[in-house]
Design a protein around this ligand. Structure first.
Ligand code: 5GP
Length: 120
């Protein structure tokens, strides 16, 4: 289980295009790119370009309300682009018990196969 150190993460390098990723959607506030270890035929990460203290959802403050909404809206745009609007899942892993491994808030957009509930 990884803890939240507040240190910069690999997502900064992806956002700054210092390391390559397959970008699916981008605007001034949000970047969406394919997960390097996909858990479904479609597996995309949606991240705020500016972390601004949002290492995890549990650190959200009032000032983050706009970006939180923008991330969810970007998840919908990504699902539409990927053709999975008939069934997709949006996941946020928060903290060690949820197996969060990268401490830069990110939404997982998963689809393209039958999902199961509860995910375990
Ligand atoms: P978490 O477990 O923190 O919710 O999700 C982190 C995700 O980031 C994992 O699904 C992992 O596969 C993905 N990931 C980690 N490093 C990289 C990388 O360098 N590039 C990409 N595209 N995804 C990454």
């Amino acid at each position: 289980a990884t803890a939240d150190s507040g240190a910069p993460t690999i997502f900064d390098k992806i956002i700054n295009k210092e390391i390559p990723s397959t970008i699916v959607y981008e605007d001034d506030k949000v970047l969406a790119f394919r997960d390097i270890s996909p858990q479904a035929p479609v597996h995309i990460l949606v991240v705020p370009k500016l972390r601004d203290g949002l290492t995890q959802l549990g650190k959200a403050e009032e000032r983050h309300v706009d970006i939180l909404g923008q991330l969810l809206h970007a998840a919908k745009i990504v699902a539409e682009k990927e053709g999975i609007l008939d069934g997709f899942r949006v996941v946020i892993n928060n903290g060690p018990d949820a197996c969060q491994s990268v401490y830069h808030l990110h939404l997982h957009v998963l689809g393209g196969r039958q999902m199961k509930w509860p995910p375990g």
